[in-house]
Design a protein around this ligand. Structure first.
Ligand SMILES: [Zn+2]
Length: 385
């Protein structure tokens, strides 16, 4: 995904690295776990941090590869899924290498429309009512697809999914940290061109270490100058300085991950006091070793201290996860009860990059449902505003 990652190689049985994810499986065991998982599944959810190129169905990767004559590291569906499912990443860069496989089958308009449709369909099946899908169009032009078509095609998929499944979705365009800032400016232009036509924000993704956000500050100035929202991946593979830059050099309205925010007490208070939402992705953080395990994740501390947090998948394919699984893991490993999970779900809707009137309508529907299903009292801070 980042343009500098090594070529994909065939899956290996590398046992030299201990599996980082012995506890990754989200399968509920026993009747209590089953019942909690079912409730989480049935609750209305918002997904704000999900990568289009990280959320393909394995079968679709194979079919698109056949259709467009693309070579894959594995031909067997199970082995391919296993290769793309990151168990033993050494770091974020290692995790990102898998995206070369998925983007290789996303170089045509039909493919983009299909994968966007299927992602919305998968989300709708677990009662995700609203999602913001992100990706970097520059990675999808290797076979000559014009840049505007890399946005129009997924928008067609989203529209079909809305008609078929009633799910609402918007796009976030990502610049890439380790590419030239000129590329980010071109992508910022693209986000601005599609403002009010399905694109709601601009992001910065890719390798965080050694690639500071402030190098791309001009791109963020352009988007904010055009009244477009900004969110930035930060504090995942690098410390709170990265979050500081995202907020103060680039003017991010939300932070992707923010995992290492707690290392800077003063900045943590700033993020809390300014109600800057953190898009938390538990499984992905464990996979990239941003945290040692689910039970060590700082989201528990952030929630307890009153920060605005909600849970998201990051990559449904590479993490073999769903929004339901993410909230279930918070219940299982971080001692969140259902009422607290309901609070985070509502925070997810409230943090959406939606117009006030649209968001208000959504919240008026979602809040009473969540409160009723989780037994939670209506709280002043979750009033519809
Ligand atoms: Zn991400």
């Amino acid at each position: 995904m980042d343009g500098t990652a090594s070529e994909p190689t065939a899956a290996t049985d590398d046992t030299s690295r201990a599996p980082v994810l012995p506890e990754l499986g989200a399968e509920p065991t026993g009747s209590e776990e089953r019942s909690v998982w079912d409730t989480i599944h049935d609750l209305p959810k918002a997904e704000l941090h999900v990568h289009l190129d990280g959320s393909l169905r394995p079968g679709t990767v194979l079919e698109l590869a056949d259709e467009h004559d693309v070579e894959l590291p594995e031909r067997d569906p199970e082995r391919l899924a296993d290769y793309l499912y990151v168990r033993n990443a050494e770091n974020l860069e290692d995790y990102l290498a898998r995206f070369e496989v998925t983007t290789s089958v996303m170089q045509h308009a039909g493919a983009l429309e299909r994968v966007a449709y299927e992602l919305c369909e998968d989300a709708a099946r677990e009662n995700v009512r609203y999602l913001e899908i992100r990706y970097s169009p520059i990675l999808l032009t290797e076979r000559g697809l014009p840049l505007p078509e890399t946005v129009e095609a997924p928008l067609r998929g989203i529209e079909r999914a809305r008609d078929d499944h009633g799910v609402e979705a918007k796009l976030i365009i990502c610049g890439i940290r380790n590419m030239d800032p000129d590329v980010s400016r071109d992508l910022a232009d693209l986000a601005i061109a599609f403002k009010d036509r399905g694109v709601v924000a601009f992001d910065l993704a890719g390798a965080e270490y050694n690639y500071p956000a402030k190098k791309h500050k001009n791109a963020f100035y352009m988007v904010r100058n055009a009244n477009v929202n900004a969110t930035i991946h930060a504090g995942e593979a690098y410390g709170p300085e990265s979050i500081h830059q995202a907020l103060h050099y680039c003017g991010a309205h939300r932070i992707g991950h923010g995992t290492r925010l707690y290392e800077d007490e003063d900045l943590t208070r700033y993020v809390r006091d300014h109600r800057i939402p953190l898009e938390i992705c538990l499984t992905s953080n464990v996979q990239t070793r941003a945290v040692d395990g689910f039970s060590e994740h700082p989201v528990r501390e952030y929630f307890d201290r009153g920060l605005v947090v909600s849970l998201h998948t990051d990559n449904r394919l590479m993490s073999q996860t769903t929004v339901t699984d993410e909230y279930f893991r918070a219940w299982k490993h971080l001692d969140f009860d259902l009422e607290e999970i309901g609070d985070m779900m509502i925070a997810g809707f409230r943090s959406a990059f939606l117009e006030r009137d649209v968001k208000k309508e959504l919240l008026e529907d979602v809040i009473p449902t969540v409160r009723e299903m989780t037994g939670g009292a209506v709280k002043p801070e979750t009033e519809v505003v």
